[in-house]
Structure formats: structure tokens, C-alpha cells
Design a protein around this ligand. Structure first.
Ligand SMILES: [Zn+2]
Ligand SMILES: [Zn+2]
Length: 253
């Protein structure tokens, strides 16, 4: 299995997963050209993709989608309400649109969508399950027991570490935007993310910190906060990786 977060952050998100010969993208929020370049750098190609799974309709998750699909005819999977809410919906070739509710099977790999709380039409995270298990979840306002359950047992977990609570509170964002981010349909903080991971019964071997805010977070701060929270639970054997907006982070398993 290979998991490569091609780009992550409020300006664009895309994650490549290869498992048991199946190749998928989770989100296409960077340009089609950049997706092509990043895949080529991994020795992969857009033509080899078996599908693109969209988490929700915000621009930072679908920006590159129309061009990518029009040019290469790749199948897209997402919740029906997410398709309808996409600003680019009319541009997508109809024979590439696959509304899914729960899960689909691609070869030996099952891809399952699960609900996440966020201010979008029908936002989801994805479980990619074959001989290994990878879970991708970003844009999460809060984590309840049901969502926590979905994060269990992944070898590789890509999880949002959006902001440092203090940086956000003291930063320059207008009050309403701060409230949105901190609210139950907003984004997950570094600290809360680490608590969620620490409280899993079957924790990941590799944890990838994703969707960092450029204004309200710093990579070193996110890494330090997550490590110190995990440390306070006596957890110090997890491999932790950082992602970035402008370059890819690749993890083999
Ligand atoms: Zn969003
Ligand atoms: Zn986002």
C-alpha cells in the first residue's frame, strides 16, 4: 500500500492511495496539471486511476475535478447530495458520475464512505479496505463515538490537524469565521485530533497530519502538540508524518 497526500490545506486537497493494485484519489482540490505532475513523480499516472472519491463540495476539494475528468474520463464517486451541490456539476460528463451511499467494491478493495460533521451538503470520510486499511478524514467539526469508531484499526490514518486553538483565537480572522472553525461543523484542532487518536482502541501505525490552516497553525507546532498529547497518554511508538500545501508526502506500507 502507498498513501501519498499530494497536497493538503485550505487551498487544495488531494490524496492518492494504492492498495492491492487499485489506485484512487480522495479529492481533487488542486489543478489537474499538478495532480498529473505529483503522480508522475511517484511513478504513477492519471490514466491508471480507478476512481476519484470526493469528500464534499468545497472548492479546496474539487477545484481540479472538471478538467481531470473531462480529459481522462475517470469515474467519480460521492454522495448524491454532494454531486448536486458541486459548482462544477454541469461540467462533469454524466457517464463519470457515480452517486454512492455507503460503499463500493473496486477489485479486492472496498471503499466505504462515512458521515463527518462539517458545513457541507453530505460530507464524508473514506475507509479504504483491502489487505490493509487506510482511513482519510478531514474537515471535521467534532468527533463523536460513531465517528471515532470509523477511525479504528487503520494502518495508515490521514486525519485533520487544522489549527492551534490559541493561534486561532488570537489571530486576525473575523469573529464569525473563528466561531465557524471552532464550531461543531468546522475543523479539528491539533489537540483534539491527538486526543481522538490516543483514545482509539486500535491505533494507526502511521498517522498523517492533514488540512493544516496556513493562518492558524504551523507544521512544527502541530507536530509538537500532537506528540505531546500522545506522550501524555504514554504513546510514543507511532510514526507521524506532516503534509503540506505545496508538496506531496508519501508513506509506504
Ligand atoms: Zn470543507
Ligand atoms: Zn477543506
Amino acid at each position: 500500500m502507498q498513501v501519498a497526500v499530494l497536497a493538503s490545506g485550505s487551498k487544495g486537497n488531494a490524496t492518492f492511495v494504492e492498495m492491492d493494485g487499485i489506485r484512487i484519489l480522495i479529492d481533487a482540490g488542486i489543478s489537474a496539471r499538478r495532480i498529473k505532475q505529483e503522480l508522475a513523480a511517484l511513478g504513477e499516472s492519471v490514466e491508471m486511476l480507478d476512481g476519484i472519491f470526493i469528500t464534499h463540495e468545497h472548492g479546496d476539494h474539487i477545484k481540479g475535478l472538471p478538467n481531470l475528468v473531462k480529459k481522462y474520463g475517470i469515474q467519480i464517486y460521492s454522495r448524491p447530495a454532494t454531486f448536486r451541490a458541486m459548482s462544477c456539476y454541469e461540467e462533469l460528463p454524466g457517464d463519470c458520475v457515480n452517486p454512492i451511499i455507503d460503499r463500493i467494491q473496486l477489485g479486492r478493495v472496498a471503499v466505504r464512505a462515512f458521515d463527518i460533521p462539517h458545513d457541507a451538503a453530505a460530507p464524508v470520510g473514506y475507509i479504504i479496505q483491502g489487505t490493509s486499511r487506510c482511513v482519510v478524514a478531514t474537515d471535521i467539526g467534532n468527533v463523536d463515538d460513531r465517528l471515532q469508531q470509523m477511525l479504528e484499526g487503520a494502518q495508515v490514518l490521514v486525519l485533520e490537524a487544522n489549527h492551534d486553538e490559541e493561534m486561532l483565537k488570537q489571530g486576525s480572522y473575523p469573529y464569525n469565521l473563528k466561531q465557524r472553525i471552532l464550531g461543531p461543523l468546522g475543523h479539528l484542532s491539533n489537540r483534539r485530533m491527538a486526543q481522538v487518536v490516543a483514545e482509539l482502541r486500535r491505533r494507526p501505525q502511521k498517522l498523517i497530519l492533514a488540512h493544516l490552516s496556513e493562518s492558524n497553525n504551523r507544521p512544527e507546532l502541530a507536530m509538537d502538540t500532537v506528540k505531546s498529547v500522545l506522550d501524555s497518554y504514554g504513546i510514543n511508538n507511532m510514526e507521524i508524518y506532516m503534509t503540506a500545501q505545496n508538496h506531496s508526502t508519501s508513506v509506504d506500507f
